[in-house]
Every structure is written in structure tokens, then in C-alpha cells.
Design a protein around this ligand. Sequence first.
Ligand code: G16
Length: 581
Amino acid sequence: MWTDPYIKLMHKTEATSTADCRSRKYRCQRRNSANMSDQFAEVNKHSSQHPKPPGLVLQYGTAGFRTNAKLLDHIMFRMGLLAALRSKKTQATIGVMVTASHNPEEDNGVKLVDPMGEMVTPSWEGYATLLANAENEDLLAALKDVIAKEEINMSYEAKVFVGRDTRSSSAALSQAVLEGVSSFGGLSKDYGLVTTPQLHYMVCCQNTQGKYGEASVEGYYNKLCQAFLKLLKHASNCTDDQKHLSLDGANGIGALKVREMEHNVAKELQISLHNDGSTGKLNHQCGADFVKVQQKAPTGCEIKAGERCCSFDGDADRIVYYYSDSEGQFHLLDGDKIATLISTYLKELLIQAGLNLNMAVVQTAYANGSSTRYLEETMKLTVRCTKTGVKHLHHVAQEFDIGVYFEANGHGTVLFSKSAEDKVQKLFDNPNNDDEMKRAAHLLLNTIHVVNQTVGDALSDMLLIEAILAIKGMTVQQWDAIYTDLPNRQLKVKVADRRVIDTTDAERRAVTPAGFQDSIDALVKKYPMARSFVRPSGTEDVVRVYAEADTQENADALAHEVSLAVYRLAGGVGDEPKPLH
Ligand code: G16
């Protein structure tokens, strides 16, 4: 339900103005300024209840603001204000998600969602940082600046969707967002506990007048699950083992939402849910980030040899798969393996359907060298590399008829252009197709429907992956064998100020500190098939180090040596990084 204490006040102001004004232009100007002074009075009144700690400086990072939850009340209020302004500017519904995703429970954060369900546009990230860091007495001036620069019509009634994850701090912080929205006379709809991708989906549905689906959690489950069940009609002879999936919910919102959704698909997919939040701590020794970085199974799950397992992250926008073989060896199927599975499946369908659509896979510097080689050399697919952050991958993927984008950490989705969707629909509607084309068209159409195209979505990705494996009659071991990952290692180094490291070439080379890249190059040269890069994280106060090489020992040694270089040349704090072995 829309909630807005100020809606009556706004309507009253408009009616009085209308009666008094002679020309239409004058009427609008007067209405705008009357509105503006009312709205600024409200902002002023409420902002004093959400004071900024003096001197605190925060930056809108890879996916919004992230820090200890205790420091975020003013940020949330101000992001409510900014979302209202963005809504007035775009004359559309905007989303605000309160979450710190993969970060520890004590952190929190906020992600802004633009009208089509994508991450907020970069110029507005700048405004977010500006507002976040304005001292209390400068807030109104900073807001007026944004309004003037963007020529915002303040009489438009802002509409904002708000969602939150399961962190104990999230309820109060989302209240602060709602207060920000209503201070600007905006309407807000509080979806309460939802995954980040669910909120993105609902914003898109709302702004496309239901063309993308119904803007409700039930609508989301119906669309995705119906498409999944239709895809599964093409899977013959699925054994009970193939229908079973072990899922680590990271003790977060994803677990709650799997519980809500699973009955819709129970005939075809039986999920054993672990780390459902009933006892364990959010993201602690579990979840997609832990599994990917540590390259081991999460705690809280008893994994049988050969069993297909997956992990979500804290707000369910990432997923990774894994299994353990009969010798107890752990095998990870990360975002690169997911992108390979999906793009191979789509390429086969396009050939069967006789559709000539250009498809690309979008990756980041973290993509395993073997995956890029396989996609380019064996699959003959276009591969593009962008900076970390799904917002970057999403925009590159939009350049193609079909853009499969995944970060190695399991964050990604598939985008279909309008013309690609139309061609698939036309093919599906054509009564003259032969059986193979009919099958391919039906599969492509329902693949489009099972995918959440607004942002990476663990639930939607899981349904798509499960469907592909079932349709192809493929085991997780066969999927894993498509190519062999180069051994790799990711480490974090704490430095006094991570901004001393600046990068270029999609974050593959460091520009500062001076001479730093030469040191990395010299270290990389010591090992066969090696590659390494460093970049400041945009979600944690650390510098990330990635290394890959011909053996795990070499990848570990290289990652350690590069970490030492970061520590020594970029102002490391605390103890020097220790060797891994
Ligand atoms: C966010 C972003 C991802 C990014 C990750 C790590 O994920 O949405 O695109 O890969 O942060 O970013 P960084 O290395 O800059 O810390 P999430 O799942 O935490 O929202």
C-alpha cells in the first residue's frame, strides 16, 4: 500500500494555486515554488532527527554505501531524499534497497535502483556522495544544487519502492529512508523483507505498467516458476538425484525467499535448505562470497560426495555452485562456469532456431583465464571485459542482442534486446516451424521469462541453471569438465587509504602508486601462465589482490608476494601479510 502523510497537503497547495493564477506558466511556477518551500521546511524539520556525524566521509562505492550500520542513519534519510529527487526527475518509480549484501552482519548499506530496474546512473552516484558528505547545515544548499543542475520539477509527486535484508539494523534504517522520501512529499511503498533483485524487478514492473510482470513478490514467483516448469517439460527422464539441490542461504534473505518460492517448483526441484538464518550468523563462514574466496564448502552444510550444491550471498544477488568428489576434493563452479553453461546453451538454441543474433559474454578482470580462452577459442563467442561492478557489465551487455554477463563471484544475468525478444516471439508464433525449431523457440521464450533481466539474481539464476542441466541431462561434474580453471587465489590487504591505488584497463593495471605496476609485472614473470592485479574494493575498506598461475602453490605464492608489495608500497596497516603455506 502506498503510504504518504503529505499527499493531502500537496493536493491542497495545488488547488489553491490553480484558483489564483492567470497564466499556465505562472501557475506552474507558483505551484513549484509553493511546493518547494513546503518541502524544504519538511526536509529541514526531519533532517535534524538524522544528523550526520561531523567529519564523516563516505563514498557511493561499487554497489552503494557500505559501512558499519551505526554510521548510516543520516545516509539512509538522505538517500530517501535523493530517491525522491530522482523520481521527480525521471517521473518514474525509483527503488532503495537497504542491504550490505556480502558484508558482515554489523555492516549495512544502501543501493539505489533506476526506473528500468538497473543500478542508478553514475552521475547520480556523484550526487549521492555529495549529499552523504554535506555537513548538516549545508544539506539544503546541496539539495538545491542538485535540483537546479537537474532542472527538477518539484511539483511531480515522487514514488519510491523500499526493501530491506534481514540484518537487525535494516528495519530502522529503512524507516529513515521512508522519512526521507516523505519529507519531499513523496509516496513510498515499503516491501519489507525482499531480496535485492526482487526489488529491482518490482521497480521495472511498475515503470513498464506491468509489461515486464506484476510488481509484487507473488508476481515475481509466478513469472519465474511458470517459465521454469515450462522449460522442464523439455527434460526427459530426470532422476530423483538430478532433481535434488542442496542450497546454502547464507543465513540471509535468500533463504526466506527460497522457502516462500519452493512449493511452486517442488515437482521438479527439491531443495535442501541449509544456513536458513534460524541459528547461524549472516554470511559467517557461509554464503557465495565465502565459498568463492575460500574455495571451500560453507559450514552448516553436510555435503555428500557428488551432490550438487549452491550458495547465495546475503541479499541473494549472487550464486555459486560446487560439489565435492569421492576423494573429498572441493570443486567450485563460479560465475565464469555459469556464464559458460548459459552461453553454450543459448548458442545451441539459436542454431536450432535458425536465429542470427549477436551474443557476447561480459566478464571482469577476475574471470579465470581458462574461461575466457574457452569462450573465445572453443565457443567462438565475443568476450568483453569491464571494471568490477554489475552496473558496468550490465551496460556493456546492453550493446548486444544477447548479453550474458557474470562476475566470477557469481553476480550476473542475461540481457535480451527488444529486437531479440521480438524475433523469438515471432518464431514461436510461426505455425510453419519444424519440430526442432518449435522446441528451440519454446525454450528461448521461457528462458527469457525465467531470467530477471534487471540485475544478477540468485533465485532466477538458480532456476535457469537447474533447467539447463535438466534439459541437457548434464551432471554438475560434466558441467565442471567443460574447461579446467587455472589455479587462483584472492587476498585482501588493509591499507591506510585504499584510494592511493588507482587502476586502468578494466582494473587490470595499476597507475598509482608510481612504479607499483612494474613490481607486479616483475613478480608475475616468475611464474608460468601467471596473471595478477590489485584494485581498491568498493564495498570493503581493503585492497583486493588476485593471482592465477599454473599450480595452486604458484598462484598462492604470487598472491602473497603481490600482497606484500601492496602492503609495502601502498601503506599497509597491521601485520605484514604472511605466506599461505
Ligand atoms: C557488489 C557488486 C558486485 C561486486 C562486489 C564486490 O556485490 O554488486 O558487482 O563484484 O560488490 O565489489 P568490490 O570488489 O568493489 O568490493 P554485492 O553482492 O556485495 O552487492
